[in-house]
Write a protein that binds this ligand. Structure first.
Ligand code: ADP
Length: 290
């Protein structure tokens, strides 16, 4: 542990350890999430840790309660290829999407039969396309229930030495995919690798409203607007809107929830893509009374 010449601890590398010690040692009763947040806040105020470190400790604890469905890439956003795709079609999918692992399906995305790894295609470099056999090059998919705890999944991916899993729902359909990067991001925050597309799912507008991608996780939405949403059956802002309306809403429609006004943008008959959210002024006491 780092100590300065007077024997006191320096602010810096040792500080995170101090907080973890505070959390775990000398405790006689189980710690609640509120206790933890209080301790993190205190440590931030005292300058023992900075905000990013506090967020990271909190994420580690939340990680244990997170399930695959909450952080996976949903089936509708998965870049896949058909089992009868040609080598050049697969290469196009890899180049256009920037993803290095492409699930292969037979019939529909509900039946994933393999995963193509970009690096496995190198052996076909310069060879005739006729010599390409997708069944020989694809790897066996690793399926997990969408309700699996992400901490357990991380262990399994490590022991099996795979980087990608296909999440399935209780009916056997495909719900999405999840990679090691998604799990690590849950703890250390968004990792921008050199191939990731710069995407912003929450963009503040000049008029004070916020443009939101319907795929945004509902917990990030809650945190941003400082609201609490009843969320038993959905994980995203799109699911929140469906839950509020009970139907597929139309483009331009406005919905009110508490003091939030939601305007639906870019919808079709089965999907909402963007939502503009505006916080309305709280009604004054006089207005409430009248
Ligand atoms: P890659 O660099 O090949 O995209 P990563 O494991 O670094 O793979 O994942 C980066 C992000 O892209 C993650 O959110 C992951 O879930 C997502 N992702 C990876 N492969 C696919 C795919 N085939 N289709 C859609 N999203 C994918």
């Amino acid at each position: 542990m780092d100590e300065d010449s007077t024997g006191g601890k320096r602010n810096g590398e040792a500080s995170l350890i101090d907080v973890i010690k505070r959390i775990f040692w000398g405790r006689r009763r189980a710690m609640t999430e509120e206790d933890l947040q209080e301790m993190i806040d205190e440590s931030e105020e005292e300058g023992i840790i900075n905000e990013d470190e506090g967020d990271m400790i909190h994420s580690i604890f939340e990680f244990g309660d997170t399930i695959v469905r909450e952080i996976m890439v949903p089936r509708t956003d998965m870049v896949c290829c058909r089992i009868d795709a040609s080598l050049s079609e697969i290469l196009d999918a890899i180049i256009d999407s920037g993803h290095s692992r492409i699930p292969v399906f037979e019939g529909s995305a509900d039946r994933i039969v393999g995963i193509i790894y970009a690096k496995d295609l190198l052996r076909y470099w310069g060879s005739k396309p006729e010599g390409f056999d997708i069944a020989k090059v694809m790897r066996t998919p690793f399926f997990v229930p969408e309700t699996k705890n992400v901490q357990e999944l991380l262990q399994e991916l490590r022991t099996k030495r795979v980087h990608i899993a296909i999440a399935v729902d209780e009916y056997g359909g495909t719900s999405g995919l999840i990679t090691l990067e998604d799990l690590v991001e849950e703890i250390v925050g968004d990792i921008q690798d050199e191939y990731d597309l710069e995407e912003d799912w929450l963009i503040e507008q000049e008029d004070g409203s916020v443009l939101i991608d319907s795929r945004l996780n509902i917990e990030e939405f809650e945190e941003y607007f400082n609201v609490e949403v009843e969320k038993e059956r959905f994980d995203t802002v799109g699911g929140y809107v469906f839950n509020l309306t009970g139907r597929v809403p139309k483009e331009g429609e406005e919905i009110r929830d508490g003091n939030l006004q939601l305007t639906l943008l870019d919808c079709d008959d089965h999907k909402i893509r963007k939502v503009r959210v505006k916080r309305l002024e709280e009604p004054s006491v006089a207005e409430q009374g009248g």
